[in-house]
Design a protein around this ligand. Structure first.
Ligand code: PGA
Ligand code: ZN
Length: 423
């Protein structure tokens, strides 16, 4: 048995410059592993809760010293002597210490940092690559996943809360055909990204990049953003509908208010039904392969009608709707609200809970997409996690900015390792 000998934490910064938690797990074998957690900007109401200091004199209230202290004083000591290879027991202990349903006492940021630090330490002690260790843990709960490098969903244009303020939809994705090897899919993404950047400059749509590295251009409507992306692809050698596809993360909860959605494509606010009609129009023009969070997170009836309308045509993905939460996923399966899940470990709060949500999604034959958050660190854990659980896709942002690229690069290295075969 390999035991936890010490766990501690510190406050570091994420890619937005916001404080976040980094935890360290040391074993009695001497192995040491470090893990840091991301944070969302367009967070869903049903996510496990992040604890922040709310002390306006420090980091505008965004500090995480309370969460760090919870690791140092309670969660870490509470795991002393635990068998690090028993992830389920470690995570159950973390939940027991917290005692709340949504992890609001010590915070999902504190709890996940510890959970992942233990996971990494266990894989080191077992001398296994992290993705293999994750794969083994998944098998323990009956989630038998084939180890493979997933296809990337690349964020080309950032709007919503991640952009420059003039687009309502949050993410405009390029989706290389899943028949491509990961490295080829990534190259394709980079080439379109480069072409798009040149195109935006030429159009005078002055651009910077948003939180996830996609361009944040000056455009008039959300449909314009799709059009610009469409045109950029046509300027490359890639063919839309064969080599690449388009997708959207609308993150509709952000522009929903009092029963209406306000988007600049339309002069008047839209009711759910009008928005559905608009999606149908957009799909007729751009043949979307994937549509995430098309309605706000409590609009179950609208999700159901959209799913029925688009069934067989595209993957309908729940992010804010599901919040990587087993109860929400069970409801969505029952009500046939979607057929894809965005898996964000920090929405669930522990490795084990994330794995059981993935198992539920797989049992329902859903597509599984492992995702970053808008505020990321250079931790590449989710790349290994995605491979270990046999994700169909990864959503790690644009192929730009260090905290995004570090995860794509980790997938390149796993791809090379898998190609070499067992050594
Ligand atoms: P978030 O955005 O990390 O700001 O929540 C990511 C997403 O909505 O997929
Ligand atoms: Zn989303």
């Amino acid at each position: 048995m390999t035991k936890v000998s010490k766990i501690w934490a510190r406050q570091i910064l994420d890619s937005r410059g916001w404080p976040t938690v980094e935890a360290v797990c040391q074993l009695d074998t001497g192995h040491v592993a470090v893990a840091s957690v991301p944070g969302g900007t367009s967070t869903g109401a049903y996510e496990a809760v992040e604890v922040r200091d709310n002390d306006s004199s420090h980091f505008h209230g965004k500090g995480v010293l309370k969460a760090v202290a919870s690791v140092n004083d309670v969660l870490g000591p509470g795991l002393w002597g635990y068998d690090v290879t028993d992830q389920a027991k470690i995570d159950a202990r973390l939940n027991e210490l917290d005692g709340t349903k949504n992890k609001s006492k010590y915070g999902a940021n504190a709890i996940l940092a510890v959970s992942v630090a233990c996971l990494k330490a266990a894989s080191l002690a077992a001398s296994q690559p992290l993705y293999r260790w994750v794969n083994g843990l998944a098998a323990r709960i009956g989630l038998n996943a084939q180890i493979k490098v997933p296809s990337p969903l690349l964020n080309m244009i950032n709007g919503g809360l991640h952009g420059a303020g003039n687009l309502d939809f949050q993410e405009f994705h390029l989706i290389p055909a899943s028949s491509k090897a990961f490295s080829e899919a990534l190259r394709c993404g980079v080439e379109v990204y480069m072409t798009l950047g040149e195109d935006l400059k030429r159009r005078g749509a002055i651009h910077s990049v948003g939180d996830e590295g996609g361009y944040a251009p000056n455009l008039f409507t959300n449909a314009d953003a799709l059009e610009v992306l469409y045109e950029a692809i046509r300027a490359t050698n890639y063919q839309i509908g064969r080599d690449v596809f388009l997708g959207l993360d609308v993150a509709a909860s952000v522009f929903y208010k009092n029963g209406e959605y306000t988007i600049r494509d339309k002069s008047a606010p839209l009711r759910d039904n009008d928005l559905l009609e608009y999606y149908k129009y957009i799909n007729s023009q751009y043949h979307l392969a994937l549509l995430e969070d098309p309605f706000h997170e409590d609009a179950w009836d609208s999700w159901k009608s959209l799913f029925t309308s688009f069934e067989g045509q595209l993957t309908v993905v729940g992010d804010d709707l599901l919040a990587t939460n087993s109860e929400r996923v069970a409801q969505a399966i029952r009500e046939k609200a979607c057929n894809g899940i965005l898996v964000k470990p920090n929405q669930a709060g522990t490795v084990s809970e994330t794995l059981s949500v993935v198992k539920m999604a797989r049992d329902a034959n859903w597509k599984v997409i492992t995702s970053h958050r808008s505020g990321e660190t250079n931790d590449w854990f989710i790349a290994d996690f995605a491979v270990g659980i046999g994700s169909d896709y990864v959503k790690f942002g644009a192929p730009a900015r260090g905290e995004r690229v570090v995860k794509y690069n980790r997938l390149l290295s796993i791809e090379a390792e898998l190609a070499m075969g067992p050594r």
